[in-house]
Design a binder for this molecule. Sequence first.
Ligand SMILES: [Zn+2]
Ligand SMILES: [Zn+2]
Length: 87
Amino acid sequence: MTHRVFKGKCPRCGKIYYSDSEDAIVLCDCWRYCPICGAEMQHYKPDLAANTYGSDGKHDLNIIMVCNNHSPPFYSSQKPVEVRFDA
Ligand SMILES: [Zn+2]
Ligand SMILES: [Zn+2]
């Protein structure tokens, strides 16, 4: 019996993952953490009640997470990062 271990590296944070399946895809959780302070960020919920969206408002659609530890808050549009495994 052979037991192979495949190694995958997150392209964003460089974290190494191991899997016994070459076809596995792991979602690295670094997208949930603030790149400035390292805190876990909150899911961004646009305040639709506030009628403050101007012509520039569309870029808000890309915001996924927000860290409220900063002033102004840090908005992240980073999506979950897929880690693939190489033979
Ligand atoms: Zn990562
Ligand atoms: Zn932060």
